[in-house]
Design a protein. Structure first.
Length: 340
């Protein structure tokens, strides 16, 4: 993974505490400055996969101070070039048998929770841009479906902003963050309802041929659709957790959500209720499976709150959420099986 530069600012009298912070195997290089206005400024280079370990330790040491500030930035390049001198096995051998409270078991597989939260929280805000992208992607998808043009439908999925709110909902579950969960749910449901309303309106005024491939393929239910949605949700989360651009992976989530949603609205607007019901079941299955896979992926990667009592609460929330998602998936799977 790439490097991160972390700057920690604390008062001058706490300079000795820096030594505790630097006594950590996540620190690759450091330098220190003295600011007349802010106190001591410590700058460290940390592997992106180990930032959570460092951030948790800094929070443990300085988190109660009001004049403490930590800023993290991505590092584009360093000269001389950074090279790992130790293998992962050697680093494991150097660790104590009992891990410290701030160390995470799977931190080497992902970026820190702070980076995840920052990236994902920006994508769950209900803004004019988000709604504009939802409206435009819905119109493009609807016209592509009615023209049976696969390329146009794919283009609609590229611009559909559906990944952020769904991953945000999963992250809020993993962290037991009620505020993020409410915002993600509101943004998600608003976008879906807006897309549905536009599709219904287009279905009222336009001819909807149920024999078109783009429509017929979304009214035929298959168990393989569950696998597609699960893979989409897991891929979307992995794109965030390893620091990749989520733009391309977002298309996978849009594949599972946007076309069946638009087809449902078009058929409902044309009053083809039975086919609209089948496409709605497909949409519901995809929404549930995407969120189930996303929550499970976060849990497997060890994404949880730093404080132990918040982590315990998150465990309970995760169990409840997984139970609900799995139960709903089984029920919808049975509906698909017997309706197929």
């Amino acid at each position: 993974m790439p490097l991160r530069q972390i700057e920690v600012v604390i008062p001058e009298e706490d300079n000795e505490t820096f030594k505790k912070l630097l006594d950590d195997d996540s620190v690759e290089h450091f330098w220190q400055d003295l600011s007349e206005s802010s106190g001591y400024v410590l700058k460290v280079l940390v592997d992106a996969a180990q930032t959570e370990q460092f951030l948790d330790k800094a929070e443990k040491l300085f988190g109660e101070r009001e004049d403490y500030r930590l800023v993290m930035m991505s590092v584009e390049a360093t000269i001389p070039r950074y090279e790992e001198n130790e293998t992962e096995e050697e680093k494991e051998d150097e660790k104590e048998s009992e891990p410290e409270p701030w160390e995470e078991p799977l931190q080497g597989l992902r970026v820190s929770r702070e980076e995840l939260y920052s990236d994902i929280s920006d994508g769950v805000k209900l803004t004019r841009t988000y709604m504009a992208m939802v409206i435009l992607s819905t119109i493009v998808a609807a016209l592509g479906i009615l023209r049976d043009n696969t390329a146009v439908v794919i283009g609609a999925m590229v611009i559909a902003p559906l990944l952020g709110p769904n991953v945000g909902l999963a992250l809020s579950t993993a962290l037991a963050d009620l505020k993020l969960g409410r915002l993600s749910f509101l943004t998600n449901i608003t976008g879906l309802l807006a897309a549905l309303a536009i599709s219904v309106a287009l279905g009222i005024f336009m001819d909807v041929d149920q024999n078109l491939y783009q429509i017929a393929s979304r009214t035929e239910l298959h168990l393989s659709d569950i696998a597609l949605a699960l893979a989409s949700g897991a891929a979307g989360v992995l794109a965030y957790t390893v620091g990749m651009s989520a733009a391309v992976i977002g298309v996978m989530v849009a594949v599972a959500l946007l076309p069946p949603l638009v087809v449902t609205g078009l058929l409902a607007g044309d009053m083809q209720w039975e086919l609209a019901f089948f496409s709605f079941i497909l949409l519901l299955t995809n929404v549930i499976c995407v969120n189930l896979a996303a929550v499970a992926t976060f849990i497997i990667q060890g994404v949880r709150p730093r404080k132990w009592y918040e982590a315990e609460q998150a465990k309970k929330t995760n169990k409840i959420a997984l139970s609900i998602w799995i139960s709903l998936t089984i029920v919808l799977g049975l509906i698909i099986y017997f309706a197929g």
